[in-house]
Design a protein around this ligand. Sequence first.
Ligand code: MG
Length: 435
Amino acid sequence: MKITTKIIAVLGLAFGLSEAAPIDDIGALSVQGTQVVGANGQPAQLRGMSYYWSHSHTAFPFYNANVVNWLAEDWHVNLVRAAMAFETNAWNQELDKNGYISDSSGTILQAEAVIDAAIAKGIYVIIDLHTHWANDNANGRWDKAADFFEYMATKYGQYPNVIYEVYNEPGTDTWTGPSDWNPIKPYLEFIIPKIRAIDPDNLIIAGTPAYSGNLSAVASDPLTGANAVNVAYAFHFYASTDDHLNRLLPIAKSALNTIPIFISECGLTNADGNGSLNYNSINQFWQWIDEAKLSWAAWSLSNTAETSAALQTSASTSGNWSESDLTPSGTWLRNKFREQNPEWTPIRGDSPGPAALSRPVASTSSFLFANNTVSVNLKGQSKVELLDLQGRTVRTLWNGNANGSVSLSVSTQPGIYLVRIQGQGVTETHKVAVK
Ligand code: MG
């Protein structure tokens, strides 16, 4: 815990608030044996919400900092999951946008709104490539997936908040075991090294057969070597689906003897996202989750017309929801988070807040920070400055005319800084970690 955070935590306690932000409390995640642990080696149990498919009009208006802040402050989630659609013609019928393959920059911008807000808020965020077909390498699809995660690892690999989920739910569902797992494994063995070449340590969640439901084949033939370092396997369940409770849950319990598990998606309803809530079944799943100290994200933060959606159509797209804005599923989940996740002061102490984490503005620049070097496209009179977290200028990196890409090396004390870019009437600021 940082000293500034400690002071704020102590002041918070004095005023009836509580602990430090989750990221300062738990820290960088890793896998030890079959357990996901925090920086102090203790089991890290994260609980939060998964957004619905990013390209659905029932979800994308909620991909913003106000909603992330509300989820953290009112629901007490310490985890959000950005479910970024890969394909356009995907599962759901409520498409209003393209997925990453057709609209890479739009999908990136949408994800960044959630990721930046989660980092600023001090909670964890799963960057999820939401697809059922990532193992199909037609038309350069693997390279496209690699582009997505290389960008994210370059921009966010320095933040312990970030978890990569490289394949939401493989659509292999012959349910026979190895024949389901064998087609998935080569994709995982391709994509994991792409991330590790840039970010050696952040947690990765690997998709598993039968829509991340059947861990049988994975448990007997897991990833090995460097591909297994800080990697957990997805287990997705829906409590009202009998087969999940009676068949897949016992398989998962047994698999946990040999592989780490992260429940990156689960629901109180049927597996199709609809149907009734079966509270008896729900409690059996959550008893296991808490005994095993597993992390979970619930489906879905959206106002989709199905019972697994947490929000009614009355819910504002900027948070501040009343109880009547929540569905029965949303109400159960909010109560669960508030009961189980410690309350914490919303003040981080070392964060510039969401306002300082604005998105790249395409007209002036595309921002990249790697190897202590800022790479940015500038046009006309521009100024690039390195600021400390109090907004004081540490260095002016560029002040003059430019037309195109410039690389500006940063040399200063290691730490977290802001890079502010001004030009063409636009100001944007990015948080960076100088090493
Ligand atoms: Mg890292």
